[in-house]
Design a protein around this ligand. Structure first.
Ligand code: G
Ligand code: G
Ligand code: MN
Length: 402
């Protein structure tokens, strides 16, 4: 049996044990998914796999083992979605997964042999749906393609700042308990005259590299304040959260500047949460603590963003006066298919509760994820299941329709 040649998300089974491979193929067949089997790892390495494909990979194989396969694929920038299978114990699978992730390879899940058909089928089904969805998303929005040859230059970005081409969207965060809207995150977009709406991933790293983040953040703050004023004028009583980058938390005068700006527009810092990524705290620790403490004293709430993806220690989390912990979407998205992600979320919530911090899950994309995180005691949800990021007018309408 071969997979449909034109399927955008192909499924490969790479296992030297023919019987085991046939069994897995028969299981996926029950949900109408075709697969292609490779019992030779060397043969498999010749395949042009894409980032949308799924590779069910046995770790233990004679010619080249699973770890070698992942290394070779990573070295030629082939990054499919792996499901690792092994007869070894869980720890081996777990560390193989860590290794893969250190090479920026995506391991969707791991399975110890023998596994239950039901578990395997559910995993393949969920993974296939997710891959297909990502493929469609990329088709509809080529700007998120990392290899996009069309990526903007720093000169274009500087011009965009001068011509005020940046805009802000709002994405609601609601309470898991009451579904009530609490706060909206401000997310920047670039309304490019030719390329359309560009996402921050295409220009924030560029701005960071060229030390343009302070200028960019000033512009975003101005936009956020103006739009927030419109939201308040629209009769809504909500708060907003704004993202800061590492370069913003190294300027010692930033808390005073920000306070002055808000005073000018008659906005109470208590209505504003500042989101700072874990990796931003890696810089000069004493400076960032100085800045964060003064921001907190002025009344701002502070959120640690993308928690779990950086390298910050528990000590740092304890030292900095954060009021909120945002669980990174990579864990949230996988919480319903990957027990390790679920375990990490559990720990994040426990830790946040101990430190009297609020928890926010980002990437709540489905009812399944909502139910999962709700049952785990997370406080607030943000994600496409609730609403996508929206321009101000659309956001106000959305709130009024709730
Ligand atoms: O929608 P989303 O693609 O908006 O955002 C992608 C990433 O870009 C997020 O992780 C977010 O933290 C970051 N980002 C979005 N808006 C801003 C912003 O205004 N400032 C900074 N520093 N980062 C932002
Ligand atoms: O700054 P931060 O990483 O918190 O920004 C949130 C990011 O998550 C934005 O890029 C936003 O577009 C994205 N996002 C929000 N909801 C969802 C979701 O349900 N699924 C996915 N994949 N991304 C989401
Ligand atoms: Mn954020």
């Amino acid at each position: 049996m071969s997979i449909t040649e034109n399927s955008p998300c192909k499924i490969y089974i790479v296992d030297d044990d023919e019987q085991q491979a046939n069994l897995m193929q028969a299981m996926t067949k029950t949900i109408q998914l075709e697969t292609k089997i490779y019992t030779s790892s060397i043969e498999f390495l010749k395949v042009a796999v894409t980032e949308h494909d799924i590779v069910i990979l046995d770790l233990q194989m004679p010619e080249k083992d699973g770890i070698e396969i992942m290394r070779e694929l990573a070295s030629c920038h082939k990054k499919p979605n792996f499901i690792l299978v092994s007869g070894f114990d869980e720890r081996v699978l777990h560390s193989a997964k860590q290794l893969a992730e250190s090479k920026q390879l995506n391991v969707v899940s791991t399975l110890s042999k023998p596994f239950k058909a039901k578990v395997f089928i559910a995993l393949i089904k969920a993974t296939h749906e997710k891959c297909l969805e990502n493929y469609l998303k990329q088709q509809n929005n080529p700007a998120i393609d990392e290899d996009n040859q069309n990526s903007p230059t720093i000169e274009e970005l500087k011009l965009a700042l001068r011509k005020h081409q940046l805009i802000v969207y709002f994405q609601p965060q609601v309470s898991f308990n009451t579904s009530a809207l609490q706060i909206a995150e401000v997310l920047v977009r670039w309304q490019h005259p030719e390329k359309g709406i560009l996402l921050p991933d295409t220009f924030i790293p560029l701005a960071e590299k060229h030390e343009l983040m302070n200028l960019l953040t000033e512009e975003i703050l101005m936009l956020a304040i103006k739009e927030y004023k419109k939201i308040i004028a629209g009769g809504l009583d909500i708060q907003i959260s704004i993202n800061l980058s590492a370069q913003n938390v190294s300027d010692l005068s930033m808390p005073e500047k920000l306070e002055g700006l808000l005073k000018h527009y008659d906005i109470d810092p208590k209505s504003i949460t500042l989101e700072i990524t874990e990796s931003a705290l890696m810089n000069k620790v004493s400076d960032s603590l100085d800045i964060l403490n003064r921001l907190r004293m002025k009344g701002f709430s502070l959120s640690i963003d993308d928690f779990g993806t950086g390298y910050s220690s528990l000590v740092k989390l304890y030292q900095a006066p954060f009021t909120e912990l945002k669980i990174d979407r990579q864990f949230v998205l996988r919480s319903v298919i990957d027990p390790d992600s679920k375990a990490i979320i559990k720990l994040c919530i426990l830790l946040a509760n101990e430190l009297k911090m609020k928890t926010v899950a980002e990437g709540v994309e489905s009812k399944e994820i909502w139910d999962q995180l709700q049952s785990m005691g997370c406080d607030h949800a943000q994600g496409n299941y609730i609403a996508m990021p929206m321009p101000t007018d659309e956001f106000i309408l959305w709130v009024k329709n709730q």
